[in-house]
Design a protein around this ligand. Structure first.
Ligand SMILES: Nc1nc2c(c(=O)[nH]1)N[C@H]1C(S)=C(S)[C@@H](COP(=O)(O)OP(=O)(O)OC[C@H]3O[C@@H](n4cnc5c(=O)[nH]c(N)nc54)[C@H](O)[C@@H]3O)O[C@H]1N2
Ligand SMILES: Nc1nc2c(c(=O)[nH]1)N[C@H]1C(S)=C(S)[C@@H](COP(=O)(O)OP(=O)(O)OC[C@H]3O[C@@H](n4cnc5c(=O)[nH]c(N)nc54)[C@H](O)[C@@H]3O)O[C@H]1N2
Ligand code: SF4
Ligand SMILES: [Mo]
Length: 892
């Protein structure tokens, strides 16, 4: 055999690192540090499909911005010395101030094995209860609602229920964008069995656009809506009396409370701001349909009343016995890839481990199992309180792992300030330039962690299915697995024996053994069947759904609770009497709007990964705020212009998107942009984050806010091969583009001054310019031989100059003379594609509308003509929305 020909690398089966759907991925390393990505047809979450984010995983593997070496106070350090600094610092803080002045802030994106080891070190060996996670901001209200109702944190159903439901109610969930592959299963169910989709959200999102019934309720009024539903179910005789009598308690109290909140359809409509007809239609549909799944996410959880919202939903399912049955049940859609794994190991401050809490026998059991010298005996502080304790100086040492709280915590600016006061600040990160990695304490240690594709372990998705993330790339630089980093610190603290793990499989076995330890069916989380899994079997393990008990079914149980046996002491489920909607977000004269925050289709959280992909960055390329057209007019802001949005906690300058889908009085902004990707786009700094009294999950959907125009002299864009910085005082937002980096900016400088600055910046290159300084117009291009290396356009006023054709020129390597002229004249000769709609095939809005105008009158016809929507399908709702519009324009 020819020694130079490498055998083609085999595809490695792994799991997508983004959302809680947990899609199976086939990654084929290309031998150059990249990989080909495809959906795994055998994975039961996605059967081969991937959404836009999953499909673009290959574009996020570059080493740009990766953290490759440990550092102490900004100076590169050896692992030996960095870990010594961490262990020494922790020991000193524990000695001087007690172990409970140490805190860990973990993440639902850590692997179960990493999470398990971090939790064990903190709660069993260091002896600090203050271990919380970004999951507090994500689904802790769902956890609390489950525990109140079921006595355990159990998701009763599975994805097949979505295929088998006749009605799917989506509450506070933009599923089409945030759980796209599940959304496609729902849309398929509609095609196959006529499943009706009901969407409940103050914004008409892409998910709402696809709904059979859209309920655009007043923010925060979900408990009124589901109270009204409970009352209606009772008066319509739609209750499952046997189930309620035999398997639940508390029904009378819950119903009485519901009656006091929303006695009938008219009262429900008044409380929620919906029409009687819409409320009536929803109630009737729910009442007459047995197979109903109510799926919920952040519009429910991230609320000052999140737990009550969850229980108001669960109440309606318990009352009708629609739980744990095919096609029926309440369903918390988890956000992060391992939100569920974090719950399993006990990563939240109000859990101990393996779904055990702080009953004395539970504490003793975990102590014996771990042989723990310093087991904690009670709950620690939850994220909001934990960071407040950092602010007060009560917490002296903080170790952040796999999350970016300086962007994602409410009051994010205050969090960044508070970190400065820490005696020891440790960050385990994959990138060097996250806002959290850039923050500093009195002593700051950065530890490079292996990222997706390099690390190895397990994650659990929304339907309790444990899948493997496998490594298919060599770890770059000195990056190490999170569990190995933590174990090494444990060894330095004298706990070597308890943390002598040879590999991830060994940790998984211990975790599985703990789940089964003295369990005997008393705890829902039991994966004892895999507690002696061999390294080889773990390496090749297929996805497994829990519970997986030693004596139980080998494949786990897709559904729980159909038998009416719950995990409370009397085995009965609990109805919860919920509170009426709080009016906490009542508008004031200073802050007359309600700021809702959330996500867009193609970005993941703080963009440390999706921000590297030019395809994903094209869908929404600047931080924005959405507003109702009437409010926009009233406030003097216009579509495409810039506005300052402020709250009592911070301000951001965002591009205005006027949208019919918004309610009057509401604003919506995505929280993806950070200090690394925008000058003034840190939306997390605006959120107030009042915690839910039961779960401690902060409200991120309703902060009183104000909006005003932000006035700049001119706006423009700059495309460069390497990332460039602009002077302070300029507003800017960065996006990855094909072949380089793009900056949208706004400035008070004149076009003359901009020209001067640019000539300096690109000295020594061939420069071409067009200037009309009298009108404030300026265009600039810099060439290295034939190659375009930079181009800029500046226009006066508030309108953002379009950059689509310039991006196309920039993507090409050499430019024809005609293209060079077009670049300067601003009259591009190639037809612009418009903003990207289909990320997979890079098809823009203008191309799709032209395709429709040319006769493609269905999603399928559009796909056949221009490929849009034919790969991952995440953009199908957007294409569908264009159809009637374009046709209507044609007819006009
Ligand atoms: N593209 C993308 N997908 C993601 C993520 C991402 O960053 N990007 N992140 C993942 C994670 S961690 C999570 S947690 C999930 C989140 O997934 P989702 O919960 O679907 O996303 P959000 O946009 O945060 O919020 C959902 C909706 O709640 C609505 N809402 C606000 N207030 C209320 C209210 O009072 N009542 C009701 N009924 N609705 C309200 C908002 O308008 C919003 O449309 O997404 C996951 N998937
Ligand atoms: N205003 C507002 N704020 C929100 C929300 C909202 O809707 N509105 N949503 C909240 C929700 S639901 C969530 S889940 C959070 C998410 O917020 P974060 O968790 O803060 O966001 P990420 O960008 O996912 O941060 C993950 C970090 O881990 C790093 N990383 C990646 N892989 C690894 C690894 O293997 N090991 C280690 N150690 N690090 C790694 C990444 O580079 C990144 O910096 O935001 C919350 N904040
Ligand atoms: S739906 Fe998309 S982001 Fe979520 S796991 Fe699947 S491919 Fe990944
Ligand atoms: Mo989340």
């Amino acid at each position: 055999m020819n020694a130079h020909v490498q055998a083609p690398a085999a595809a490695v089966k792994t799991t997508c690192p983004y959302c809680g759907v947990g899609c199976g991925v086939l990654a084929t390393p290309d031998g150059f540090g990249g990989a080909g990505i495809a959906g795994d047809t055998e994975h039961p979450a996605n059967f081969g499909r991937l959404c836009s984010k999953g499909s673009a995983l290959g574009e996020t593997l570059s080493l740009d911005s990766r953290l490759l070496h440990p550092s102490v106070d900004g100076v590169r350090a050896s692992w030996e010395s960095a870990l010594g600094t961490v262990a020494g610092g922790l020991r000193k803080v524990a000695e001087q101030h007690g172990p409970d002045s140490i805190a860990f802030y973990l993440s639902g994106q850590l692997l179960t094995e990493d999470y398990y080891v971090a939790n064990k070190l903190a709660k069993g060996f260091l002896g600090t209860p203050h271990v919380d996670t970004n999951s507090r901001l994500c689904m802790s209200s769902a956890v609390a609602a489950h525990r109140r109702a079921f006595g355990s944190d159990t998701v009763p159903g599975c994805y097949e229920d979505l295929d088998e439901a006749d009605v799917i109610v989506l509450v506070g969930s933009n599923t089409a964008w945030c759980h796209p592959i599940l959304f496609r299963r729902m849309v398929d169910a509609r095609a196959k069995r006529g499943t009706k989709l009901v969407v409940i959200d103050p914004r008409r999102t892409q998910t709402g656009e696809e709904a059979d019934l859209f309920l655009g309720l007043k923010p925060g009024t979900d408990t009124a809506l589901f109270s009204g539903l409970l009352v209606h179910l009772a008066s319509a005789g739609a209750l499952d009396y046997r189930f309620v009598l035999d398997h639940t308690t508390g029904f009378e109290g819950a119903l009485e409370r519901a009656r006091s909140i929303a006695p009938d359809i008219a009262a429900t409509a008044a409380a929620t701001g919906l029409s009687d007809a819409d409320v009536g239609a929803f109630f009737a549909l729910f009442t007459r349909t047995k197979r109903v799944v109510t799926a919920f996410s952040q519009g429910v959880n991230q609320s000052a009343q999140g737990t009550d919202k969850g229980n108001a939903i669960i109440n309606c399912h318990l009352a009708t016995g629609r739980i744990g049955k095919a096609g029926a049940g309440p369903f918390s859609l988890t956000g992060q890839p391992n939100a569920m794994g974090g719950r399993e190991v006990g990563g939240l401050a109000n859990m101990l481990a393996a779904h055990m809490h702080f009953a004395p026998e539970e504490v003793d059991r975990v102590r014996r199992f771990w042989s723990a010298p310093n087991i904690i005996t009670g709950e620690g502080m939850k994220a909001v309180a934990l960071f407040e304790a950092v602010e007060r100086g009560k917490i002296k040492a903080l170790w952040v792992m796999g999350t970016n709280p300086v962007v994602s915590m409410p009051r994010a600016d205050a969090i960044r300030e508070a970190i400065k006061g820490l005696d020891l600040y440790v960050v385990s990160e994959a990138v060097a330039d996250s806002d959290t990695a850039m923050a500093t304490g009195r002593k700051t240690v950065l530890l490079p962690a292996q990222a997706w594709g390099e690390k190895d372990g397990t994650v659990t998705n929304s339907e309790r299915r444990i899948s493997r993330q496998r490594s298919f790339l060599k770890a770059p630089g000195e990056a190490r697995a999170d569990w190995a980093i933590i174990s090494d610190v444990a060894k330095r603290l004298g706990h070597g024996e308890a943390f002598a793990y040879p590999n991830a499989a060994a940790i998984f076995r211990e975790h599985a053994s703990l789940s089964a330890f003295e369990n005997n069916g008393t705890r829902d989380f039991d994966i004892g069947a895999v507690s002696d899994i061999s390294d080889a079997t773990y390496a090749g393990a297929k996805p497994l759904q829990w519970p997986l008990t030693k004596r139980g079914a080998k494949d786990g149980k897709p559904r729980l609770f159909a038998d009416g046996q719950f995990f409370t002491f009397d085995k009965r489920a609990r109805f919860v009497a919920v509170q009426p909607p709080a009016l906490a977000q009542a508008a004031s004269a200073d802050f007359p709007f309600v700021l809702n925050t959330g996500r867009v289709r193609d970005h993941w959280h703080t963009m440390t990964r999706t921000g590297k992909s030019q395809r994903l960055s094209a869908h929404r390329d600047v931080p924005f705020v959405e507003i109702h057209p009437d409010d926009a007019t009233a406030m003097g802001v216009s579509h495409g212009g810039l506005a300052t949005v402020s709250t009592a906690h911070g301000a951001a300058v965002l591009e205005v998107m006027v949208g019919e889908g918004m309610r009057r009085g509401d604003l919506f902004a995505a929280f993806h942009w950070s200090g690394a990707t925008a000058s003034e786009g840190r939306v997390g700094a605006l959120a107030r984050g009042i915690p839910d009294p039961v779960s401690g999950q902060p409200e991120l959907k309703a902060t009183p806010a104000a909006i005003a125009p932000a006035v700049y002299r001119s706006r423009g864009f700059l495309l460069t091969r390497e990332q460039r910085s602009l002077p302070t005082g300029w507003w800017w937002a960065r996006a990855t583009i094909q072949g380089g980096s793009g900056l949208h900016f706004a400035t008070q400088e004149s076009s003359r001054e901009v020209a001067l600055m640019l000539r300096g910046m690109f000295q020594g290159l061939e420069i071409a310019e067009y200037a009309d300084h009298a009108r404030g117009r300026y265009r600039f291009a810099a060439y290295d031989g034939e190659r375009l290396v930079a181009c800029l356009a500046l226009t006066p006023g508030d309108a953002k100059p379009g950059w689509e054709s310039e991006k196309t020129y920039f993507a090409a390597d050499d430019l024809e003379p005609s293209a060079r002229r077009a670049l300067l004249s601003g009259r591009a000769e190639t037809a612009s594609a418009g903003p990207t709609v289909c990320a997979c095939h890079g098809v823009g809005l203008d191309v799709i509308t032209a395709t429709i105008a040319a006769g493609a009158h269905s999603v399928e016809a559009v796909g056949a003509a221009c490929k849009a929507g034919t790969n991952c399908g995440s953009c199908i709702p957007e294409i569908r929305k264009l159809l009637p519009q374009a046709l209507a324009r044609d007819a006009a």
